[in-house]
Ligand binder design. Structure first.
Ligand SMILES: *Cc1c(COP(=O)(O)O)cnc(C)c1O
Length: 421
């Protein structure tokens, strides 16, 4: 059973001050999980998690994660500036972007961050953007192509994704050439990065990816004369969105990556290589709720419950058909003997948080928690139909609630128009 980190009484108290809809984040959960991740990789001396800023680009959250030892993985000018404003600079910044504008390479360099090149042609583009020289440290992104698939014994296919269709990274041949070129250009320390599958629910994903990259690291040393300083496993560790799914065990994942490290890298005398991760979803998704109220009830060919949040506040169900669990606060123990579509107000029929979902009987005014919205939730927001982005709140470790981003206003919405108002 999935539980909420706020109950009905707390939600009613919060709503008196901050009207629905809003996103709320659980500081205690965030810190506990970040500590468990750090512990899982504590066997590796240089280990660092670079939180993927795009998942939750909210400074109050970035600061908590930074306090827990995380750097920041940025992919745009705005994300670099957010990192800078949060006091995160130097090698605590990883810049993993693609189709990169030149001024963003320059900004990353200015902040002392590590640039992770997405393509062979980026070597020259980056060099030009930086006035003819490259930084001392650089990373390259690898794409093995084909289909990436993992089967757990007796359990069928656990993970499947399609790197061959992904626009990111370099081929094996290109990446070896890239390291040779970078060395020629005076780069002194090197890393490698790959992201092969998203939202994986398997303790085997990171270990399998690690093995691929560790073997490639040996090949790179042999063929390019470059010894990698860090290997970045990027993001992709998933969470259990559905109540019947088994959550990943980060301690097991860390220990299996260690097994691979000891089997492949240590015998080659490469025991100094640092492991980096760039998790977004795993760090934040379970520690965010979208809180909304039931405002409309409609019976036509199906039963609809309209709520005051819409896809603008959480796009994943509309965009990917993603499942997000829903709890009706105060009715946790009632039988799920009604079947509803839970919808927002957009003039777009994919604006549904749930389709044919068994839930307890919903009355107007009931408070609904939409689970697992702490990553790729608020951040994917948009303004279709002139709908505004919600506030973000932080539930502190002491139980207090803080506004960390106010809701958008109509003035914000109108602010970029020229010559009319
Ligand atoms: C999106 C992204 C991540 C984070 O992915 P999650 O699935 O949230 O873990 C990490 N690195 C890069 C380069 C990304 O684009």
């Amino acid at each position: 059973m999935k539980t909420t980190f706020i109950n009905k009484a707390q939600a009613e108290e919060i709503i008196k001050q901050y009207p629905t809809p809003f996103h709320i984040y659980d500081e205690k959960g965030i810190r506990k999980n970040a500590k468990a991740l750090r512990e899982a990789f504590s066997w590796n001396k240089g280990y660092r998690e670079y939180f993927a800023v795009k998942a939750t680009p909210t400074p109050a959250i970035l600061k908590i994660l930074h306090e827990e030892g995380c750097g920041l993985d940025c992919s745009s000018m705005a994300e670099l500036v957010l990192a800078q404003r949060c006091g995160v600079t130097g090698e605590e910044i990883m810049f993993s972007s693609n189709v990169t504008p030149p001024d963003e390479f320059a900004k990353c360099r200015e902040l002392g961050g590590i640039i992770n090149l997405d393509d062979y042609t980026h070597i020259e583009l980056c060099r030009e953007a930086l006035g003819g020289t490259l930084p001392e440290v650089m990373s390259c992104r690898f794409n093995p192509g084909g289909i990436f698939q993992l089967s757990a014994t007796g359990e069928g296919v656990q993970v499947m994704d399609n790197p061959g269709e992904a626009k990111y990274g370099m081929t094996e041949e290109q990446i070896v050439k890239a390291y040779r070129k970078l060395k020629e250009y005076g780069v002194r320390r090197f890393g490698i990065h790959a992201f092969l599958a998203s939202n994986t629910l398997s303790d085997e994903y990171y270990p399998a990816l690690a093995r691929i990259l560790f073997k490639l690291a040996i090949k790179i040393r042999r063929e390019a004369g470059v010894t990698l300083s860090f290997i970045n496993l990027s993001g992709g560790v998933g969470i259990a969105y559905k109540p019947d799914q088994r959550a990943n065990d980060i301690a097991v994942i860390g220990s299996k990556v260690r097994d691979a490290y000891e089997e492949v890298l240590i015998p080659e005398g490469m025991g100094d290589v640092a492991i980096y991760t760039e998790l977004g979803r795993f760090m934040m998704a379970p520690y965010g709720h979208l809180v909304t109220r039931a405002t409309h009830s409609k019976h036509i060919y199906k039963e609809y419950i309209g709520v005051d949040a819409c896809a603008v506040n959480l796009m994943r169900p509309a965009m990917y058909g993603s499942y997000h669990h829903i709890t009706v606060l105060g009715k946790e123990n009632r039988p799920c003997d009604h079947v509803y579509d839970i919808t927002g107000c957009l003039c777009e029929n994919n604006d549904k948080f749930a389709i044919d979902r068994p839930l307890p009987k919903i009355d107007m005014g009931d408070i609904l928690v939409i689970h697992d919205t702490g990553a790729h939730g608020f951040s994917m927001g948009y303004n279709y139909n002139g709908r505004l982005k919600s506030a973000e709140l932080l539930l502190g470790e002491d139980g207090s609630v803080k506004l960390i981003r106010r809701a958008e206003t109509l003035d914000d919405y109108l602010a970029t128009l020229e010559g009319f108002f």
